[in-house]
Ligand binder design. Structure first.
Ligand SMILES: C[S@@+](CC[C@H](N)C(=O)[O-])C[C@H]1O[C@@H](n2cnc3c(N)ncnc32)[C@H](O)[C@@H]1O
Length: 317
């Protein structure tokens, strides 16, 4: 397949890049509420580096990177699969597109039953390779694995990325007539964008960005949600849990970055949605400005419970 050499639109209003994966906790629904609360320095092009240490599907990052002038970005996630996928798009979008095209063509050739079998075959190969995979040194293998990640994400049930306690992808097959497995234009646009703003893509815990953050930077932090109740806890993005102890460790990190003078924004679920007396975030972030905004939460096993709930935004400006 010949991949066209497509360029990003330079326009401020035409957004040509959108997330390449459907990701739990994706901030697509919240962007309009976040925009007016972004720091003035970002809007006036005075931010040097944009940081996002819980990048996930990158909805906020892609939006900001297209709307405002930033010279450099550092994105990070503890999920190594995500990190190799971003890197593969940045470094070799053409090979990635070719690999996805091969997976897509075979999938679409089959009837529903054989599509399921094909999905489970790719899932098995993907999980089998995990333990011996070199997640540290970039190679062509990253791109081949990235193609499998995107394929599995687009064809699995509900389009989610979820792993079990051993880190194996365990979402069952979905049933799709014409799943959007490959969006050539979007992948090329993302690749151009990641290169244009010199994006560093790091695998690790959020604290890994500590030494890189300076006074004129902006950091957007979107950690895994604090479960609203015992049963709604979708938090298996990776094999690491994000409990209240982790939320408090993150608060300490937020305070540390604040002392450096960087501009900071953090989002999370509002525990008051479930329990009006639960002031967890109000208490741990009592030194900072807290705003409540409304979002449509998509991840809930019970469809009737999906609806408008408030989210918390914490800012140090
Ligand atoms: C709420 S999601 C981010 C969603 C993202 N803003 C979006 O729009 O798609 C949280 C992300 O944090 C990552 N994560 C969990 N624990 C982490 C840690 N200790 N350090 C860095 N990333 C972590 C998860 O893998 C997940 O991708």
């Amino acid at each position: 397949m010949v991949v066209p050499d497509l360029r990003l639109h330079e326009s401020n209003t035409t957004f040509t890049v959108k997330p390449f994966l459907k990701w739990a906790g994706g901030k697509g629904q919240l962007i309009e509420q976040i925009l007016p609360l972004l720091p003035e320095q970002l809007k006036s092009g005075k931010i040097e580096t944009y940081f996002e240490p819980f990048i996930g599907g990158g909805a906020v990052f892609f939006h900001i990177a297209q709307k405002y002038k930033i010279n450099k970005a550092v994105i990070c996630d503890v999920n190594e699969e995500l990190v190799i996928t971003y890197n593969s798009i940045k470094k070799d979008a053409k090979l990635l597109i070719n690999e996805l095209e091969i997976l897509k063509e075979e999938y679409l050739l089959y009837d529903q039953e054989n599509r399921q079998l094909f999905f489970y075959k790719i899932r098995e190969i993907f999980n089998k390779n995990k333990d011996s995979f070199d997640f540290k040194n970039y190679s062509k293998d990253w791109v081949l694995r990235a193609a499998q990640i995107i394929f599995l994400n687009k064809t699995c049930f509900n389009g989610l990325f979820r792993v079990n306690s051993k880190g194996y992808f365990n979402v069952p097959s979905g049933r799709y007539n014409n799943p959007a497995i490959l969006d050539v234009q979007n992948l090329i646009n993302i690749s151009n964008l990641l290169n244009k703003i010199n994006t560093e893509i790091i695998w690790g815990d959020f604290e890994i960005i500590d030494e890189k953050v300076n006074k004129n930077d902006f950091v957007y932090l979107d950690p895994p949600y604090r479960p609203l109740n015992q049963t709604s806890s979708f938090k298996s993005y990776s094999k690491f849990d994000f409990n209240d102890k982790e939320q408090t460790r993150l608060r300490d990190f937020f305070t540390k970055l604040d002392k450096k003078g960087a501009k900071l924004m953090l989002s999370n679920s509002d525990p008051r949605n479930e329990n009006p007396n639960d002031n967890f975030f109000d208490e741990i972030y009592n030194e900072f400005r807290i705003e409540r905004v409304f979002a449509t939460r998509m991840i809930n096993s019970n469809a009737e419970k999906r609806g408008k709930i408030s989210e918390i935004l914490v800012m140090n400006y």
